[in-house]
Design a binder for this molecule. Sequence first.
Ligand SMILES: [Zn+2]
Length: 127
Amino acid sequence: MNHTSSTRALFTDISGASTTGIATIMSLEGNQKLLRAFKRSGLFFGLAVVSVLIPMLHFVLVPAFLIISIVMFVKTMSEAKIATALEGECPSCHKKIDLVGTFKLSGSKESCPQCRQLLRISFDEVN
Ligand SMILES: [Zn+2]
């Protein structure tokens, strides 16, 4: 069963202007974390397998994609909580932002759906 909660999200644009909004936070349990980690690392593992067929480049690409795959797996397993929805106002165009998806709780960046301005998103509660 998923445990969800809400917290305050801060949207900051490139000029430093910021607005606050609401984020829905979901706590991930063991199986969900594992499934997410396999999905994210599986893409790079697949690229490593396909890279075997490329002459010369496979000496670099196969180990690189395998390393990226392992790093993605470890990073994804360390994420105990993710944001699943963001609501607020864009600090650049002042239009409503309503995003649904999966967002990391640290270092998350999204484009405003209206003006395409890149927004840095930070969250109040991350424990
Ligand atoms: Zn905007």
